[in-house]
Ligand binder design. Structure first.
Ligand SMILES: Nc1ncnc2c1ncn2[C@@H]1O[C@H](COP(=O)(O)OP(=O)(O)OP(=O)(O)O)[C@@H](O)[C@H]1O
Ligand SMILES: [Mg+2]
Length: 496
């Protein structure tokens, strides 16, 4: 009797060590016993994995219950798997072995939890997603055509590929979702809980995550992930998407190389950072560039780049210790002998430091501002400067802006979901207390004289016919401009 038990135990252990039959290929009937769970599986091959990804959308009730019950038990400590990755075969093996043992034991004790081979495989994938990945949204995380993922509580998950759509994926419940949210931020030393209901973080691959939870998130925990592009969009991509014309690209290149101070302006997700990256690529290789960002997204290829990113306060400090803001970094960057400063986005008092830098010999600096048109950009900059806490008269602020900023490039996401440069505008000067702006290029119906850019597709980015006053600077830098460039309609550029 004892010998038989020992033999059975040995057989079980042997099965656990076996270099794994693939559970996806087993016929279901063969597996309809607790013994199914005795086969730990190797990571599935790609087509099997694709099939598993598809199946994951709808877990049956029994598996939802088991997923919830087993999830915390599969780890030795809650943070054990924080740095484990979804594609790490060793870690997959560890979890599979633990799961196999637990499922076997559970099936012996509670027959209602016996699993077929297919059910086991489904449960295993779901738990691997939870423990090593991003839970229910793992297929979206792995899908390289998905650029953005938006979780609006457990039941509604949206994604952006070419356009925005609601996906079939769901978290089982709020517990499942907050579990994932906490796993995402823990590895970055952040927290999401009642004491920290809103958190921003950057994943190791550069993707940006924003999380809001109770009591502020009324639909349930809300996660927004902006994926970091493995290969950033280039000017050629933007030209091929119709976001700008080749001529305007050449004009922008001339402006960056001639050290104009440029502000890229646009709404949320309009493509500001992408355009800033494209413009920054024109900075000559022999210049020392300092980039300052909230979450580092810029991918400059030049050899002499110093990348700075804001630091959040220490999780257990007084809410300030260890913190570095964009403003701190912009001020610090001025002492680093930069030729150029590229600021990811101005959204606070750092606008004042940036304008001062632009006005004091750091020509050729670039930044983005959240605004809907060039006139708004000026107003926004005024507001941001006032946020610095300096009690400056508005006239002084305006003059600072006018003497610092040479040009505003307005980008927008149009109604047809395309992203386009819709205005390139010179900041000319002041008339009385008013800032004068002059559009150089505008996105409009071909042949139309409209001075208001189109908000739908179907237009072209045309020259308005006005010669910018900085044309001499471009020419001094070797950009000889054909006399027709600023004639209304087509543009022509020649580099000496
Ligand atoms: N010209 C473009 N054509 C098509 N897609 C683009 C274009 N520019 C950016 N994108 C895509 O749009 C998304 C948002 O781009 P980006 O991060 O540059 O926008 P943003 O304005 O900086 O956003 P935010 O306001 O969140 O900072 C990204 O997925 C990016 O790949
Ligand atoms: Mg951005």
């Amino acid at each position: 009797m004892l010998q038989r038990r020992l033999n059975e135990q040995a057989a079980k252990e042997q099965a656990l060590r076996r270099p794994t039959a693939d559970p996806f290929t087993q016929p279901e009937e063969e597996a309809a016993s607790p013994a199914v769970a005795q086969r730990p599986a190797a990571p599935a091959a790609a087509p099997q994995r694709a099939a598993a990804l598809e199946k994951r959308a709808a877990l049956p009730g029994k598996l939802v219950q088991m997923r919830k019950m087993l999830r915390p038990k599969l780890l030795k400590t809650p943070d054990e798997a924080d740095h484990w990755n979804r594609d790490d075969a060793d870690k997959i093996q560890i979890i599979t072995e633990r799961l196999t043992q637990m499922v076997t034991k559970l099936a012996n004790e509670r027959p209602e939890f016996r699993l077929s081979q297919a059910e086991f495989a489904q449960l295993r994938e779901a738990l691997l997603d939870d423990l090593l990945g991003f839970g229910a949204i793992q297929p979206l995380v792995e899908d390289t055509s998905v650029k953005e993922i938006m979780v609006n509580g457990p039941a509604h998950i949206w994604a952006e590929k070419k356009g925005l759509y609601e996906t079939e994926f769901t978290y089982d419940d709020e517990d499942h979702l907050i579990w994932t949210a906490q796993r995402i931020v823990r590895r970055m030393g952040r927290r999401v809980d009642r004491a920290h209901p809103m958190t921003d973080a950057r994943l190791p691959d550069g993707s940006r995550v924003h999380i809001v939870t109770a009591p502020s998130a009324l639909n349930g925990t809300t996660i927004t992930i902006r994926k970091f592009p493995a290969k950033p969009l280039t000017v050629e991509d933007l030209i091929s998407f119709g976001s700008l014309t080749r001529e305007t690209a050449q004009f922008l290149e001339a402006c960056v190389k001639s050290r104009l101070n440029i502000v890229v302006s646009g709404g949320t997700g309009s493509g500001k950072t992408t355009l800033l990256n494209v413009l920054s690529a024109y900075i000559p290789e022999d210049e020392r560039i300092v980039t300052v960002e909230d979450a580092a997204e810029l991918q400059l290829k030049q050899p002499h780049v110093v990348r700075l990113e804001t630091a959040p306060p220490m999780p257990d400090g007084d809410g300030k210790i260890g913190m570095l803001t964009i403003r701190d970094l912009v001020r610090g960057s001025l002492r680093m002998r930069p030729d150029r400063i590229v600021i990811g986005e101005c959204r606070g008092g750092e606008a004042l430091d940036m304008l001062q830098a632009m006005n004091t010999g750091h020509d050729g600096s670039l930044t983005t501002v959240h605004a809907n048109n060039p006139r708004d950009t000026i107003t926004r900059l005024e507001t941001l400067v006032l946020m610095s806490g300096m009690d400056l008269p508005i006239g002084v602020v305006r003059r600072q802006i006018v003497s610092a900023v040479d040009m505003i490039v307005q980008i927008a996401r149009l109604k047809d979901h395309s992203r386009k440069i819709i205005q390139i505008t010179e900041v000319q000067g002041m008339e009385g207390e008013q800032v004068t702006l002059q559009d150089i290029f505008i996105y409009r119906q071909p042949g139309s004289n409209s001075m208001t850019p189109l908000s739908v597709g179907g237009g072209v980015l045309e020259s308005t016919g006005f010669r910018p006053s900085f044309i001499d600077r471009l020419e001094e830098n070797g950009f000889r401009l054909s006399s027709r460039i600023f004639g209304s309609g087509q543009t022509r550029f020649v580099k000496n």
